[in-house]
Design a protein around this ligand. Structure first.
Ligand code: ADP
Length: 617
């Protein structure tokens, strides 16, 4: 057997293998694209078998066999164009013209007496070369605007078709230039082998090749997906996965529907929780990847209900977690995919990755919930023990003081009332009352109901009134309020903030030093500061003093009574007014607590100078 023969046999074997594989696939899943593939490769196989029988094995030449082979050959261009029509638009006029051309060429080979004149053979070859050339171009264009496995398979189909066109072209050359027939024969055999190989990898690629082609898409999908679990919302993760899946397919859109046990349905989070139309959820019911071609059929609003335009086909795959079924991944396509089996494999790989990511997110959320529950139980315990401890001190004093007073009254009922003892009793009762009120405020603050009606007030007036009401307590306080500062506040709650800051300033500074309260406007904000020359706050404690129960480490519990709740409540009140509170402090030199509230009123935006950095206290 010559080398030329070997090449020819090899390409024929390849074509027959492709025909066998597409035939089996069509029997299993008779989609229009599969049927058209089978017709095309069936025609090629017919030509191969009949020509081999008559030329190579010198089987009795039969007119019928020759005619069948000629008809199959002349139909090749048209059959390949049908395949092109399965994935792209083919102008109707072109389709009709090719059909007419096919009928005419078949009629001419059947009706014109043998041997057919050379000019007619050339004309028939030219017709085939043109049509197959167009088909090759269509495969090439499709390859350019798809991605992944489909792109590579389309490229192979385009090159395969180009080689078939060239085989026919070279056959024409052989007729015109008979002297160099052996050269043309060899070239034709080589091109035939190349077309067979390309069609083999385009239309029936082995699994390892498909996997290798899928790898870049899967890798791109995974590289993004790995970071997704850190996104705060499942909805964000789902949307990102949808984008990744659509990109992997070069598809316009993808959707993930998750099973909602309460609504007993598959809900698409990215489409505002719309339910997945039943036809698209077929993969869920069957628990295997499925293709729905013509998505509009039967579900008029199917894809558009999910916010997807221009979708005629949908591939879907079940997302199954470790604990069972989770949902479905659906990828939409503008037309039924030509290589549905590859796409179904890929979508299942992606759906499995979606399952891993969504499951990890759920596990992370669950463990965060467990941690939050533990943390809240711990906080409650801390709160109870801290509150109980702080309430116990004044309560013990009250009980002891009351017992002393009773004993005294029993001993000498006529003795005058012990004013000092009664004052001590009242003082401790006040302290107890304040602690209980603080605890109540904390619970109101946490329910978000600390602030009542707001009204437009002048902070200057509010501070001056407070100072007048508690002239004794505020003896050391100097007030710097040059002009009115309007602000919209809940007056009793804002008074509570000012009182707390002033009481702290007095409590944490020596008796002989003054405390300066300033009120002014700056950059559209109403500002208040309380400055003292007291013990100050260590730098690392400064951001923490606004937390619940936090007392700075330079505070001695026996010297300075307190629970560490005042600033926590003050911050809550200020923040619920839309404002800010912060502290600037140098240990040993003093602290300045600042409050800034967004200001209403006509003067908003007019800036005054803030009080001097070191007021002359
Ligand atoms: P309390 O004063 O009851 O401990 P606060 O919440 O009012 O609770 O204050 C929290 C902590 O902030 C105080 O324990 C103290 O360490 C620190 N602190 C508050 N105001 C001052 C201040 N003017 N000077 C120094 N430290 C202060």
């Amino acid at each position: 057997m010559s080398g030329l023969d070997q090449l020819q046999y090899l390409s024929w074997v390849l074509y027959l293998v492709v025909f066998g594989l597409v035939l089996v696939r069509t029997i299993r899943r008779p989609t229009p694209a599969h049927v058209d593939m089978t017709l095309f490769f069936g025609a090629v196989a017919t030509v191969i078998v009949l020509t081999t029988l008559s030329t190579k094995f010198h089987a009795a030449p039969s007119v019928i066999a020759d005619d069948i082979s000629a008809v199959a050959l002349m139909a090749l261009g048209y059959l390949l164009l049908r395949l092109v029509r399965d994935f792209s638009e083919v102008p109707t006029l072109l389709m009709r013209a090719v059909e007419v051309g096919m009928v005419a060429s078949i009629a001419s080979v059947l009706l014109v007496p043998q041997p057919i004149p050379a000019w007619l053979v050339l004309a028939l070859l030219a017709y085939l070369v043109l049509v197959i050339g167009y088909d090759a171009g269509a495969f090439g264009r499709r390859a350019a605007d798809t991605s992944g496995v489909t792109r590579r398979r389309m490229q192979a189909a385009a090159i395969g078709s180009l080689c078939v066109g060239l085989v026919l072209f070279v056959a024409g050359l052989g007729l015109v230039d008979a002297d160099r027939a052996p050269v043309w024969n060899e070239l034709s055999a080589l091109l035939g082998l190349a077309s067979g190989a390309c069609y083999f990898i385009g239309f029936a690629p082995p699994t390892w090749l498909r996997r290798a082609w899928q790898e870049p898409e899967v890798r791109a999908f995974l590289s993004r997906a790995r970071q997704l679990v850190s996104l705060p919302e499942v909805r964000d993760i789902v949307q990102d996965l949808e984008r990744g899946a659509a990109n992997a397919f070069g598809a316009p859109a993808a959707r993930i529907a998750l099973w909602d046990p309460d609504r007993q349905g598959l809900l698409v989070l990215s489409a505002d929780g719309a339910e997945l139309p039943p036809r698209l959820g077929q993969a869920w019911a069957e628990q295997r990847p499925t293709l729905v071609s013509d998505t509009a059929h039967g579900d008029v609003d199917g894809p558009s209900l999910l916010g997807v335009e221009n979708a005629r086909a949908a591939l879907s795959a079940p997302i199954g977690g470790h604990d069972g079924r989770m949902g479905v991944l659906v990828v939409f396509a503008p037309a039924s995919p030509l290589f549905a089996n590859s796409d179904l494999e890929l979508i299942q790989v992606l759906a499995d990755q979606c399952a891993v990511i969504l499951e990890s997110k759920m596990l992370i959320d669950n463990s965060a919930r467990v941690r939050a529950r533990e943390e809240s139980a711990r906080l409650k315990e801390d709160f109870l023990s801290s509150a109980a401890h702080d309430l116990k001190t004044p309560l013990t004093s009250i009980v002891t003081q009351a017992q002393v007073l009773r004993r005294r009254a029993e001993r000498d009922p006529t003795a005058p009332a012990d004013r000092i003892g009664l004052d001590r009793l009242l003082q401790q009762s006040d302290r107890l009352k304040n602690l209980v009120l603080e605890l109540l405020d904390v619970s109101r603050l946490e329910q978000g109901s600390l602030i009542g009606e707001r009204e437009e007030v002048d902070l200057t007036e509010l501070v001056n009134t407070l100072a007048q009401h508690d002239a004794v307590g505020w003896k050391r306080v100097q007030i710097e309020t040059p002009r009115p500062v309007p602000a919209s506040v809940d007056p009793p709650r804002f008074e509570q903030v000012v009182t707390n800051l002033v009481e702290n300033a007095l409590k944490y500074s020596p008796l002989q030093t003054p405390v300066l309260v300033s009120v002014w406007s700056a950059n559209g904000e109403a500002c208040l500061s309380v400055r003292d020359q007291g013990i100050g706050i260590p730098a690392d404690d400064q951001p923490l003093v606004f937390e619940r129960f936090h007392r700075a480490r330079n505070v001695d519990d026996r010297r300075f009574a307190g629970m560490g709740l005042g600033l926590y409540i003050a911050r809550g009140i200020v923040e619920q007014h839309g404002g800010r509170i912060w502290v600037e402090s140098t240990p040993g030199l003093g602290s300045t607590f600042n409050v800034a509230l967004p200001r209403g009123g006509p003067e908003a935006g007019v800036s005054e100078t803030a009080p001097a950095e070191s007021p002359n206290l």
